[in-house]
Design a protein around this ligand. Structure first.
Ligand code: BGC
Length: 730
């Protein structure tokens, strides 16, 4: 009996001492900062340095001795990329990693619906979590500066305010699942041409007013837990270790407490990486991204040479501690957090979310005589064009996806109209999608056109489904487009189709604007983006009228390339002289340029039609005079005066006709998407902060709200203003 009691007492005391020994970093109830400090105090210098660079293509080390997990990143931003081999870009042939593809971010931006952005973030966050990822490499918010940029489809358009409003809920959604968003590419990575070295020069004004706001919103409002440096240089320093961008703006001014992750192969220098606030170095010189062949992880700039620098006293331990602290914080926020949900993968809810976003992002550009919706009175619908059947989730570079399914436009339309009423002909061919090189199709272009024309002649209606694709020199990482024109002979094909059948409408799937020399010849045009797994269902629902289109363009479509601001200043402005580039258009990017210079675009920013129509009443403001720190409420009545239910995105722009500096003729300051039943009216009120009227004053290094007369413009696009209000700022 006595011995039993002794044993029990011994057991209890062992338990107590075991409990007492549980270190704070493992105690999920303790504040994160306490856990971080505790973990840091237990780590060796070697362990801290090991956190700061890759151990494989997509992961970096944890602290195995302490049970602190590795950091696993994955692309992003439209779905969770397949597993790759340890040190290669090639897929590892797992059979459990086929994901849901969500629509491209240009489509999300075109919804002008922040609720859908939250849904997007949560859904993709759940997929990332299920796949045990710590960091999702996205979203992207580089500004749409030129329609040639091969990666525009991964971003949210040309307007800093729209991108800001849309990026914040995406991040909140992802991170609510315990996965870190990694906002990319910080900053000024606005082209793929020479992206690895081009030195971007841009004024402070354009930097703060155009290129930084979405990143700032991502950090300060979205509270992003990580950010990715970009490949290019800015004012002579690579952006992955750029003193001004990372030390001063991101960490000092914006108080970013997360992790700066390099783009893959974007690190070039130990000294700058150590001192200029890069935290995790990824992708340096391993086989795949560069031609340098194998390069061991210990040779990374933030590996052995960093460790040596610390040991020799060249680098202060505080620099290493700061990096380690940030990385530990990210781990405690994600994999080691108390309430991390379990996620789910390829669930029906994710398909539905993807379809809804796709449906709301599709933009109706032209619709003469109510060509759309096709309400089923046709006997034969000819579908022409490679994009009706081609996979558009594969290719494009790092955002390429292995999907569990993808409904093609042809499949979606066939399901909607019945196989007896749908006939298909390819019309043109582009060749396979290869990263970094182009391989032309071997099919005979003339025969493809001839066959398509025959099919078109015998149909009641023709839907041409073309656009760009994810091939090199199209919408693809690693290269820019060569021109604004539609590729693969599509302009000629469209002409031939229109001649064969005047009931030919065009559906474009792309992440970029294209020239449309045939714009006046076709009755209807739809901009469909890259729509992900549910592409065909979403398109069919809009085309058949089940869903009323409500997307608006997140960037301007120029009539010709030279009309675009970046391209009107010659080569130094785009793509640069191969070493330097100067953003000569300054703050006049996108519609700011078109509207200020009075250049007509083909389709303006914020534009998109509906199957119904909307009437705006005269807007009023709650005050005529306001102080610099005040707010103004603008109200008007919006009426759906057509025959079907629908949604309209009302937009509020501000204009400062007389200013001490160059101002854009208008800038977006608020928008609201309103759903209205046929015949329904609603009072819409939009509130704006007067501080948002400020320009960035280079002389004062700060924001300056000029006093004086402003105009508030309510419109349904940047070029269709329905009402104006004069206000005075005192
Ligand atoms: C891209 C990043 C991507 C990374 C990892 C880079 O080439 O620029 O956007 O996240 O690769 O795939």
């Amino acid at each position: 009996m006595k011995s039993i009691l002794v044993t029990i007492a011994l057991g209890a005391s062992l338990m107590v001492s075991a409990q007492q020994k549980t270190p704070a970093y493992l105690d999920v109830t303790k504040p994160i900062e306490e856990r971080v400090e505790n973990a840091l105090s237990l780590m060796t210098t070697e362990e801290k340095v090991a956190l700061c660079h890759a151990q494989s293509k997509f992961s970096s080390k944890g602290v195995p001795r302490l049970g602190i997990p590795e950091v696993w990143t994955d692309d992003g931003p439209h779905g969770i990329r397949e597993e790759v081999f340890w040190d290669e870009w090639d897929g590892a042939h797992w059979t459990n990693d086929s994901c849901t593809a969500f629509p491209a971010l240009t489509c999300l931006a075109a919804t002008f619906n922040p609720h859908l952005s939250l849904l997007y973030g949560k859904s993709i966050g759940e997929e990332a979590r299920y796949r045990n990822k710590t960091v999702l490499l996205g979203p992207g918010v580089n500004i749409y500066r030129t329609p040639l940029n091969g990666r525009n489809f991964e971003y949210m358009g040309e307007d800093p305010y729209l991108s800001s409003r849309m990026v914040v809920p995406y991040i909140q959604g992802v991170q609510s699942i315990g996965v870190a968003a990694c906002v990319k590419h910080f900053a000024l990575n606005n082209q793929e041409e020479w992206r690895g070295h081009i030195n971007v020069n841009v004024s402070d004004r354009a930097l703060y007013e155009i290129y930084l706001p979405a990143f700032k919103a991502a950090v300060q409002e979205g509270k992003a837990w990580s950010i990715m440096g970009s490949y290019n240089q800015f004012r002579g320093e690579h952006c992955c270790h750029n003193d001004l961008l990372l030390n001063k703006i991101l960490k000092q001014d914006w108080k970013f407490d997360g992790v700066v992750i390099s783009d893959w192969g974007g690190t070039h220098n130990t000294d700058q990486a150590v001192k200029n606030d890069l935290d995790i170095e990824m992708g340096t010189y391993t086989n795949g991204l560069t031609t340098q062949g194998k390069f061991s992880y210990s040779s990374y700039y933030l590996a052995d040479s960093f460790l040596k620098g610390i040991k020799d006293g060249k680098y202060d331990m505080a620099l290493l501690n700061d990096k380690a602290r940030r990385i530990l914080r990210l781990v405690f926020r994600t994999t080691m957090s108390e309430n991390r949900p379990f996620g789910r993968f390829v669930s029906p809810e994710h398909s539905e979310a993807g379809r809804k976003i796709a449906e709301e992002g599709i933009v109706l550009l032209k619709n003469d005589k109510q060509f759309f919706p096709l309400t089923g009175k046709y006997n034969k619908i000819a579908i022409i064009g490679e994009n009706a059947t081609r996979s558009l989730v594969i290719g494009g570079g790092s955002s390429s996806l292995k999907v569990s399914y993808e409904v093609s436009p042809l499949a979606g339309l066939t399901a909607a109209y019945g196989k007896d009423h749908v006939v298909y002909s390819m019309g043109y061919a582009s060749g396979p999608s290869m990263y970094g090189r182009e391989m032309k199709s071997k099919l005979n272009a003339d025969s493809l056109v001839a066959a398509a024309v025959e099919v078109a002649k015998n149909a009641d209606v023709v839907l041409f489904i073309g656009g760009l694709n994810k091939n090199h020199f199209q919408d693809c990482e690693g290269g820019d487009r060569k021109s604004l024109d539609l590729p693969f002979g599509q302009d000629k094909l469209i002409d031939a189709l229109v001649k064969a059948n005047k009931n030919t409408a065009v559906v474009l799937l792309s992440g970029n604007a294209v020239a449309m020399p045939w714009v006046d010849k076709v009755p209807a045009i739809m901009q469909g983006w890259y729509l992900g797994s549910e592409a065909g269902n979403a398109l069919a629902n809009v085309i058949s009228g089940k869903v009323n289109p409500s997307g608006k363009l997140p960037f301007s479509f120029p009539k010709k390339l030279e009309d675009n601001a970046a391209h009107s200043f010659g080569k130094l402005s785009y793509p640069g002289d191969s070493i330097n580039e100067l953003y000569k258009e300054d703050i006049l990017v996108g519609y700011r340029w078109f509207d200020t210079k009075n250049i007509a675009s083909l389709f303006p920013f914020g534009y998109g039609l509906s199957y119904t129509s909307f009437a705006y009443s005269k807007p009023t403001a709650d005050k005529a005079e306001v102080t610099q720190d005040g707010t103004i409420k603008v109200s008007f009545t919006l009426t759906n005066n057509g025959k079907v239910d629908g949604a309209e995105t009302a937009q509020l722009y501000v204009s400062k006709p007389k200013s001490t500096v160059t101002r854009a003729s208008k800038e977006l300051k608020a928008f609201q998407k309103v759903f209205l039943k046929a015949g329904e009216s609603q009072t819409v009120t939009m509130e704006v902060l007067v501080s948002s009227f400020a320009f960035y004053d280079e002389a004062q290094h700060g924001w300056n709200v000029e006093k004086g007369a402003y105009q508030l413009l309510v419109g349904c696009s940047s070029r269709d203003i329905k009402g104006k209000i004069d206000v005075k700022v005192q």
